[in-house]
Design a protein around this ligand. Structure first.
Ligand code: KG4
Ligand code: ZN
Length: 348
């Protein structure tokens, strides 16, 4: 079964052709990072307009690179939330038109479910139960997954997402957008212990004992990093490298510690780490070390499948289709969308 995936939830215009939820025939991503860089973050109206310009050429590229025509498709899967509603609407409208004109099933996919299914492109037969850490520019969610399509959100961030904290701190440091990859690069030449920073929600403030909640909070770290930055001598390159290394260390420590705690409490076999921040070098290394020590299988997709792409949407769409889900042509676009249950779903 050949699924066309479409993703326009934020600032990447993406289309992909995936067979049977596991074979990537093409995966085209047109990033708008250059457009938004000078504003230091995504400007929603500009993102929507760029999606309108680029989506059809990107779909054409995806078909051409896969060596297929529209008539070779068996279904169209599209991200319909969560994300920027105007940006999502472009992908949803295109997917509905294709489904209607080609008489193909339409499958709405939750963006977070898409991120999780990047893991099944990497390891289609990973053993359940699994735990997924979805860590991106908008989310820091720990999700228990007893089987395909079953999700229990165990914890999430109370304020900033991990990627958002990286982006905001990087911006204040005068680094490029998006900030996560810049911090990753700069951290390599920094000393992670040189700048004192708070460990976010790793310890209970009252007792000093380990915090056993599965919630995250990164805004305190962000504030501390910004305060340290403003107090420091401007233009000190080594200080910036140390700060980047320190921020990365603190974020990765808390992500890994809480993921391991959740994995233990669920008794999982597999730990999945996905979303843009899963491209982070230190998170990948520390995740591998912790999972090896605890005996969990770790699945972290290669970086291009961690950041936003449409292959993950096509894969998630394939599995949704296999479970009997179809979306009707009333499919909307939603800035907020829970993993389950989802609106506009119908089972035949
Ligand atoms: O999943 P994604 O592409 O878009 C969202 O759904 O948000 O994630 C983007 C986030 C951005 O905050 C970006 O700074 C972060 O992922 N990111 C990284 C790295 N690559 C991307 N963060 C840390 N290290 C990286 N190498
Ligand atoms: Zn994403």
């Amino acid at each position: 079964m050949r699924v066309l995936g479409i993703e326009t939830s934020c600032d990447e215009t993406a289309a992909a052709v995936v067979r049977d939820g596991r074979i990537i025939e093409s995966n085209v991503v047109a990033s708008q990072a250059d457009l938004h860089r000078r504003f230091g973050g995504v400007v929603p109206e500009l993102a929507s307009r760029k999606h309108i310009e680029r989506l059809l050429p990107v779909i054409d590229d995806a078909l051409e690179q896969a060596g297929v025509a529209l008539r070779d498709l068996d279904a169209v899967a599209v991200t319909y939330g969560p994300g920027l509603v105007g940006a999502l609407a472009v992908g949803v409208a295109a997917a509905k038109s294709l489904a209607l004109s080609l008489d193909l099933p339409l499958i709405g996919v939750n963006h977070l479910e898409g991120h999780i299914y990047a893991a099944f492109l990497t390891a289609p037969d990973l053993p359940f139960p699994a735990l997924a850490l979805v860590v991106s520019g908008a989310h820091t969610d720990l999700v228990g997954m007893p089987d395909h399509g079953q999700y229990h959100v165990l914890g999430r961030t109370r304020d900033d997402a991990a990627g958002e904290a990286f982006d905001k701190i990087a911006r204040a440091m005068g680094l490029g957008y998006p900030g996560g990859p810049e911090i990753d690069r700069l951290a390599r030449v920094g000393d992670p212990r040189a700048v004192p920073l708070p460990a976010p929600m790793a310890f209970r403030r009252s007792s000093g004992r380990a915090d056993d909640s599965l919630e995250f909070s990164f805004s305190g770290l962000k504030t501390a990093a910004l305060r340290t930055l403003h107090a420091a001598a401007a233009g000190d390159g080594q200080f910036k490298a140390n700060l980047a290394a320190g921020v990365q260390r603190v974020v990765v420590d808390v992500l890994v510690a809480k993921t391991m705690r959740a994995a233990r409490s669920l008794g999982v076999k597999t730990v999945i780490v996905v979303g843009g921040v899963a491209a982070n070098t230190l998170l990948r290394a520390e995740g591998a070390r912790a999972c090896a020590a605890a005996g969990y299988r770790l699945v972290v997709p290669p970086p291009p499948l961690c950041t936003d792409n449409a292959a993950m949407i096509a894969a998630a769409g394939y599995y949704r289709f296999s479970r009997g889900y179809r979306s009707d042509l009333g499919l909307g676009a939603y800035s907020d969308l829970p993993l389950e249950p989802t609106p506009n779903d119908s089972s035949p």
